[in-house]
Ligand binder design. Structure first.
Ligand code: BES
Ligand code: ZN
Length: 643
C-alpha cells in the first residue's frame, strides 16, 4: 500500500521526530492571478429572511440591518491584534432609534456617523456563547456608521501563528475561521447567516507578508504604505458574514486552470498544485449540476496544519487543511465538497443554524455527484457507503440526545457548534438521495438547478425549502409525498427505513477479505493488491470489534499502518490502536496529535484516550503540550474532553 511522509507539522518544540515538511521549495512569484471579470450578482443585497428569528444573533434586522461592510484594518503581529475601522451600511426602518450588532471580545473605541460625529453606543452584558450586543443610537438619517475597534489576541476566529508553526519557519501567519458565529470576534457586524452583506477591505500587513481574502483581489501584489503593504479586496455578491475570511503570511500562488489556482506557503506549493490538479474539471462538473459558477475565480489555500477543519468554503477561496495532501489525490472529495458549497451554502444559505443541514446535507450530496462525474460511480458509491456507516455511528453516539438526530435542530441556548454533527451531513445527503430515487435523476437534477436559481443569494429556512420542494417538485402528487416521508426525515430522530441503501463493488471485495481475516487468515495472505484509500478506510472501520495484540501486530507488519502517511487511514488505525492499547503505534499517535490541529481527528482520539485508565494521563500529557498550538475552535472542544 501507499506510504507517504506526513508532510505537515505544528512544529512543536521537542516533538517526536519525523515531522519534516516536504520542502520542494521552488520559489514561485507570489503574485496573484489577474482578476477574471466577476458575474454580476443577481441582487445588490437580498432581503433578510423574515420567516425565522436567529437565536444566535443580537441583531434586530427589522429595525436596521447591515448591507455592506467596509474594513480598514492593520495587522499587528507583535500585539496579535487587528486594529482599525469597520464602516457599516445600513438599511433601516424610518423610525428606527438604534441598530444592534454582534461582538465578541472586541475593544470598541468609538462609533461615529458618516460626517464623523460621535454616536452614543452601549455594550451589553457578555453572553458565554453569543458575546456582547453593540447597540448604537441612530439619528433620523444615519445610514452609515463607522466603528473604531481592535480585536483581542484571544479572538476566537483568529489564529496568530509564530514562524515555527509554519512550513517555512521564517514568517508569522494569521488566518480566520468565521463559521458558525466567530466572525463577531474580529468584525463588529450582524453575525447572522440570514443577514447577507457585501464587503470590501483595505488590509495593511508587515513587509514581506501577503494577504488574501474570500473576495476579489484588487491589488494582487499589494501597495507600499507607511508601516508595510496594503492589500485591497472587494466582494460584490452578498454573503452571510461567516464567509468573510482572511489569511496573511508568506503565501505564494500557482495557477491550475483559467479561473482556478492554489495558494500556500512556497514550501508546500508543489505538493498542493499536484493534489488539486483536477480543480478546473471539478468546477466544470459542478457547473453542469448547479448552473454557472457565480463567484468569478475558484482558488484553494492550503493553510498551516493547525487549521481546525478539513476545509472551509470561503467564497472564491476555499481554506483547506494540509492533511488533505495525501500525495495521490485520494482525499480530494474534500475540495469537491467545499466547491459544492459555492452553490449549496454560499449561493443558497441556511437562514439560521437550526437549518444547518441545508448547507451540509445538500453539499455532501453535491460533492458525491461531482466525484461521480470526475471519477465514476464506484468512487461516489464508496464515499456513500463510508458516509452511511459514519451516520449510523453518529446516531448511536447521540442515543442519549435523540433530538440532535433530527435534520431541523433546536439549538436555542446552545452553541451552534453542537449542531455540526454527521446528522446534518449524512442524514441530510441521505434524504436528498431518497428524493432523487423517488423522482429519478433527471427530474431531481432539474429541480436542484431550479432551486439554486430561484433562491440565489438568499438565505432559507428548512420550511422555506420544504415549501419550494412541494411547489416545484412534489406538486399534487400525493403518492410521492407519502413515499418521501418528509416529516420523518426532517422532524423525527433516527434514520427512516425508506433510506436508499448504498452499495459498492470495491468495498464488497473488502468485506470478503474482512471475513477471511476474521476466520483466521493472516494479514499477509489477504488479497489487498491495488486497494485504494477508501478500501483501506472501509477495511479498518470494519475489523472485528476486538482484536488481540497479535492480530494488531500482524496487520501493522503486513500493511505498515503505523507508518501510514494518508491522514484519513492513519486516523482510523490510531483509533484502533488506542482502543486496543497497541503500544507500537503510540509514537505515531503522539506525532499525529502534535502535528496537525484538525478537530475531526483530534476529538475522537482524545475521547478514546480519556475513556481508558492508561490513556487518561497520556491524553493530559499530550494535550498540555499540544494545546497552545491548536486553534481556539479545537481548544474549545478539547477543553471539555481533556479536563
Ligand atoms: N462548512 C464546513 C466547516 C464548518 C462547519 C465549520 C461548521 C464550522 C462550523 C465545511 O464545509 C466542512 O464540512 N468541512 C469538513 C470537510 C468535508 C469534506 C466534510 C471538515 O472540515 O471536516
Ligand atoms: Zn461543508
Amino acid at each position: 500500500m501507499m506510504l507517504k511522509p506526513v508532510s505537515f507539522s505544528l512544529a512543536m518544540a521537542g516533538a517526536v521526530g519525523g515531522l519534516i515538511v516536504t520542502a520542494a521549495c521552488s520559489r514561485e512569484s507570489s503574485s496573484a492571478p489577474m482578476n477574471t471579470p466577476t458575474t454580476p450578482p443577481m441582487t445588490a443585497a437580498a432581503p433578510a429572511n423574515p420567516t425565522e428569528h436567529d437565536v444566535h444573533s443580537f441583531a434586530i434586522p427589522a429595525e436596521a440591518r447591515v448591507t455592506h461592510v467596509a474594513l480598514d484594518l492593520h495587522a499587528d503581529f507583535t500585539a496579535k491584534r487587528l486594529t482599525g475601522k469597520a464602516t457599516l451600511d445600513l438599511e433601516r426602518a424610518p423610525d428606527a432609534k438604534k441598530a444592534v450588532f454582534d461582538t465578541q471580545d472586541l475593544d470598541i473605541r468609538g462609533v461615529s456617523d458618516d460626517a464623523g460625529h460621535a454616536l452614543p453606543f452601549t455594550l451589553g452584558n457578555g453572553d458565554r456563547i453569543l458575546g456582547r450586543a453593540l447597540t448604537v443610537a441612530l439619528t433620523s438619517n444615519t445610514r452609515r456608521i463607522a466603528i473604531d475597534y481592535a480585536t483581542s489576541p484571544d479572538a476566537a476566529a483568529l489564529q496568530w501563528l509564530d514562524p515555527e508553526q509554519t512550513a517555512g519557519k521564517r514568517h508569522p501567519y494569521l488566518f480566520s475561521q468565521g463559521e458558525a458565529i466567530l466572525t463577531r470576534s474580529w468584525i463588529p457586524t450582524q453575525d447572522s447567516p440570514g443577514i447577507r452583506q457585501t464587503y470590501d477591505a483595505h488590509i495593511v500587513v508587515p513587509d514581506g507578508l501577503h494577504a488574501v481574502m474570500s473576495a476579489e483581489q484588487l491589488t494582487p501584489d499589494g501597495i507600499a504604505v507607511p508601516g508595510g503593504r496594503r492589500f485591497d479586496f472587494r466582494l460584490t455578491q452578498p454573503i452571510p458574514p461567516y464567509l468573510i475570511a482572511i489569511a496573511i503570511g508568506d503565501i505564494a500562488f500557482r495557477s491550475i486552470g483559467p479561473r482556478t489556482g492554489v495558494y500556500t506557503e512556497p514550501a508546500v506549493l508543489d505538493s498542493a498544485a499536484y493534489e488539486f490538479g483536477d480543480l478546473e474539471r471539478m468546477v466544470q462538473a459542478a457547473e453542469s449540476l448547479g448552473g454557472p459558477y457565480r463567484w468569478g475565480r475558484y482558488d484553494v489555500i492550503v493553510l498551516p496544519p493547525s487549521f481546525p477543519f478539513g476545509g472551509m468554503e470561503n467564497p472564491r477561496l476555499t481554506f483547506a487543511t494540509p492533511t488533505v495532501l495525501a500525495g495521490d489525490r485520494s482525499l480530494t472529495s474534500l475540495v469537491a465538497h467545499e466547491l459544492a458549497h459555492s452553490w449549496s451554502g454560499n449561493l443558497v444559505t441556511n437562514a439560521t443554524w437550526n437549518d444547518f443541514w441545508l448547507n451540509e446535507g445538500f453539499t455532501v450530496y453535491f460533492e458525491r455527484r461531482i466525484m461521480e462525474a470526475l471519477y465514476g460511480q464506484e468512487r461516489a458509491a464508496m464515499l456513500e457507503v463510508i458516509g452511511r456507516q459514519d451516520l449510523l455511528d453518529e446516531i448511536k453516539r447521540l442515543s442519549a440526545m435523540p433530538g440532535d438526530t433530527r435534520l431541523h435542530l433546536d439549538l436555542a441556548g446552545r452553541d451552534p457548534d453542537a449542531g455540526t454533527t454527521n446528522i446534518a451531513y449524512e442524514k441530510g445527503a441521505a434524504f436528498l438521495r431518497v428524493i432523487e430515487a423517488a423522482v429519478g435523476r433527471d427530474r431531481f437534477d432539474q429541480y436542484l438547478r431550479g432551486y439554486f436559481d430561484r433562491h440565489a443569494f438568499t438565505s432559507l429556512t428548512t420550511e422555506d425549502f420544504l415549501a419550494d420542494l412541494r411547489a416545484n417538485l412534489i406538486k399534487d402528487d400525493h403518492a410521492l409525498e407519502e413515499r418521501l416521508r418528509i416529516n420523518d426525515w426532517v422532524y423525527q430522530p433516527g434514520l427512516p427505513d425508506n433510506a436508499v441503501k448504498p452499495s459498492s463493488t470495491l468495498l464488497a471485495r473488502v468485506d470478503a477479505q474482512l471475513d477471511s481475516f476474521a476466520r483466521g487468515t493472516p494479514a499477509l495472505r489477504l488479497e489487498t493488491k491495488g486497494w485504494v484509500t477508501q478500501q483501506w478506510q472501509h477495511f479498518l472501520m470494519n475489523l472485528p470489534e476486538s482484536l488481540t495484540v497479535a492480530q494488531m501486530e500482524d496487520l501493522d507488519r503486513a500493511f505498515g499502518f503505523s507508518r501510514q502517511g494518508n491522514s484519513e487511514v492513519l486516523f482510523i488505525w490510531l483509533r484502533l490502536a488506542v482502543r486496543h492499547h497497541y503500544q507500537p503505534a503510540m509514537p505515531a499517535l503522539e506525532r499525529f496529535l502534535t502535528s496537525q490541529g484538525r478537530r475531526k481527528f483530534l476529538k475522537p482520539l482524545y475521547e478514546d484516550l480519556m475513556a481508558t485508565d492508561w490513556g487518561k494521563p497520556e491524553a493530559k500529557r499530550l494535550y498540555q503540550r499540544a494545546r497552545p498550538l491548536y486553534h481556539a475552535v479545537s481548544r474549545m472542544t478539547l477543553d471539555e474532553i481533556v479536563k
